[in-house]
Design a protein around this ligand. Structure first.
Ligand code: ZN
Length: 191
């Protein structure tokens, strides 16, 4: 297992749709392991996609234990291969969101309260489940990543313009996370 650098939201790898995984072999399991370790290393991440570590594949890791009130709650890692959202609830909820590729920026995004998601797990089994509330928010955020969409693109026009300056600092590397990051030009930066 290895901690991988996380790609800045202005890197082109985060702006295009990822490739579907055809075969779940050891290399895919190794990538998922590295992604989980990378996410845990950030301290507060609850979800990460393969393109956020520069790998053009449809893989998502999620662990909602960090969001529990009990900070010693055991990890509950979920690996989703080729996830697809089948349906969205009509009811939406607005709540704060952040992203490991967009350091120190949190803002309110409206998301469906629940979604039905289909994916393949690491054993190769197809899973269809309903995710609710915070889990639904994380699934929607991560599936957006696989489609090249960032949460800041889903902000209201007013919130978008209020964040312009902060985003510029993230793009230029003035705002950096406390984990390794690959900048838009490909340069690795460690704060
Ligand atoms: Zn994100």
């Amino acid at each position: 297992m290895a901690v991988l650098p996380i790609y800045n939201c202005y890197h082109p790898v985060l702006r295009k749709k990822t490739q579907k995984v055809e075969v779940i072999d050891q290399s895919i399991k190794d990538i998922a392991d590295d992604m989980l370790e990378t996410m845990y290393n950030t301290g507060n991440g609850v979800g990460l996609t393969a393109n956020q570590v520069g790998i053009d594949k449809s893989i998502v890791v999620i662990d909602l234990a960090k969001a529990d009130d009990d900070e010693n709650a055991p990890g509950r890692p979920i690996v989703m291969i080729n996830p697809e959202i089948l349906s969205y609830s009509e009811e939406t909820v607005e709540d704060n969101e952040g992203c490991l590729s967009i350091p120190d920026l949190y803002d309110k995004v409206a998301r469906a309260k629940s979604v039905e998601v289909k994916y393949t797990n690491l054993s190769g089994n197809e899973v269809t489940e309903t995710a609710e509330d915070f889990h639904a928010r994380v699934v929607q955020h991560e599936v957006d990543h696989l489609n090249g969409i960032l949460f800041v693109e889903r902000l209201s026009p007013l919130r978008k313009s209020l964040n312009k300056n902060r985003l510029r600092k993230i793009q230029k590397g003035i705002t950096l996370p406390d984990y390794p990051m690959v900048m838009p030009d490909g340069k690795l930066v460690q704060d």
